[in-house]
Design a protein around this ligand. Structure first.
Ligand code: SF4
Ligand code: SF4
Length: 166
């Protein structure tokens, strides 16, 4: 994955794709779930996360209490110790997040705690959330972080604009 090329492409396309997602807030094609599933399946045939890891390099997951307990246990630490060492509580949301970027658990572009990673990481980039359009804001934010999301939204935009009066 050439992340420099991705960054350039994302900054070129971000405005138009954000506008598309914003419009999806008001107009949802009737076959959106099938369209998303079809296009997303193809996106993952063309995307290799193990050659990317840009989410782990440029974002932080949100750790829910069960994540903290599970990961701390895996590392042989107490949850309070784990939080003190690696996490901070965000003022506005109250969410527990990483203090550093890239993520402290990223080693040689691989997750060193993969089997016990936060649920947020396991579900990222959330393409299978339903309904898809309820997560437009998340996808808008992730356009510049995740090549898979950029490709998905780009292909959805093309498909919708081809088949609908948009
Ligand atoms: S916990 Fe693992 S998957 Fe999650 S951000 Fe860190 S390195 Fe990436
Ligand atoms: S989920 Fe997105 S940002 Fe993360 S590794 Fe896969 S393609 Fe890259």
């Amino acid at each position: 994955m050439d992340l420099k090329k991705f960054k350039a492409k994302a900054s070129r396309k971000k405005e138009a794709l954000s506008a598309f997602l914003l419009k999806l807030d008001d107009i949802v094609p009737h076959d959106m779930p099938e369209l998303v599933a079809r296009v997303d399946a193809k996106v993952w045939q063309d995307t290799d996360c193990t050659a990317c890891a840009n989410c782990c390099k440029t974002m932080t997951p949100t750790y829910i209490p069960s994540d903290i307990n599970r990961i701390a246990k895996h590392l042989g630490m107490r949850p309070a110790e784990f939080k003190a060492k690696w996490l901070k509580k965000e003022e506005e949301s109250g969410d527990w997040v990483n203090t550093t970027q890239p993520c402290q658990f990223l080693e040689n572009d691989k997750c060193s705690i993969y089997t016990v990673r936060p649920v947020d990481c396991a579900e990222f980039p959330h393409h299978n959330k339903k309904p898809f359009d309820a997560y437009n804001e998340t996808f808008t934010n992730n356009l510049i972080h995740c090549p898979a999301t950029l490709t998905l939204v780009d292909r959805l935009k093309k498909a919708v604009e081809k088949d609908y009066e948009w």
